[in-house]
Design a binder for this molecule. Sequence first.
Ligand code: B12
Ligand code: SF4
Ligand code: SF4
Length: 299
Amino acid sequence: MLSFSCLYDLALLAGLDEVGVSKAAPVTDGQEKYLEWLARGYHGEMSYLERNFEKRFDPTSLVPGAKSIISALLSYKLEGKGVWSSAPKVSRYAVLRDYHFILKERLYRLLELLREACNTVSGRAFVDSAPFLDRYWAMRSGLGWIGQHSLLISPRLGSFVFIGSLVVDIDIETTEQPVRNRCGNCNHCVAACPTGALLGKGLVDARKCISYLTIEKKSELTAEEEASLSGWAYGCDTCQEACPWNRHAPVTHLTNEVLVFREVLNRFAEGKTPLPAESPMTRANPERLRLLLSKSCKE
Ligand code: B12
Ligand code: SF4
Ligand code: SF4
């Protein structure tokens, strides 16, 4: 059995901010709620959320011989003058190199370090790349609680964190310990959401979420949807900006991963340059993004 303190040191060496460990096992709660969420149509056009239900609730089916789930956090709390602090409005994470690459690279670095420490270890890293309940496992491993905005809040890092998971076939000392929900009577995120997408108690109607509308929705936006965007062109940080737990959280060390500076975004909006290949914004429909960026500049 690998001690948690040994894993923690290796995780920091790999460039991760926090890790927690859960025993790999099927998830026995939450299925009905998940199915109800889908039945209400809250997922909109994200039909991939309807697929692989069994795998989603049983991570042992994704990795042969899975014994431990390592949940990792990486802060993206960028502060100071950046493209996100003035028009055009894009989410903080959008100006960085795509977090799917950054986090996966670091998780596989951790796997390599584990191999050096323990000889034979096999595993697989997931960053939204498989049907995997990242927030659930991070919460279960004691890394934080799920806030009213439905996102994981780390008591130390706040909610501007990406979550990645490494499922391995060795036993690691677990850190499973529930973290008390510290939202208390606060309702700031629900009140701040410009579209009413937050329904309370961590429930989200994704169809109304600006993040969904600007990134995930593949069909045309209706006039009503377009009018609801509050100037956001890619993603939305409003509910997290309203959260007191993000006020004193430390600033990210990912500043060297900023890829899209304001000038690049402006040139892209004017049709003069494409976006860098590793920008997460390449995931959006480029025509729609250009249109929303130019509108965002005028707001
Ligand atoms: C689909 C998705 C979205 C969708 C849906 C959002 C959502 N909250 O589920 C959209 C496109 C809207 C979205 C937006 C964003 N996302 Co997103 N998204 C995902 C993804 C890929 C899957 C999440 C998922 O399974 N949702 C489905 C629902 C059903 O899951 P759930 O909330 O856990 O569902 C439970 C509750 O609804 C519950 N429930 C409890 N009570 C009740 C009561 C009733 C009546 C019902 C019906 C259900 C219910 O039951 C369900 C099962 O347990 C994850 C990555 C991953 N693999 O997990 C990232 C992820 C959640 N996103 C992330 C981020 C960063 C964002 C944005 C901040 C990006 C941005 N700046 O624009 C926004 C935030 C919007 C918000 N407030 O949620 C991060 C969150 C990190 C964190 N700190 O938690 C993740 C984990 C990606 C990552 N790897 O880091 N996202
Ligand atoms: S990301 Fe924006 S639109 Fe989506 S729930 Fe949060 S505040 Fe509402
Ligand atoms: S704004 Fe308040 S209610 Fe919302 S997640 Fe943060 S602490 Fe919880």
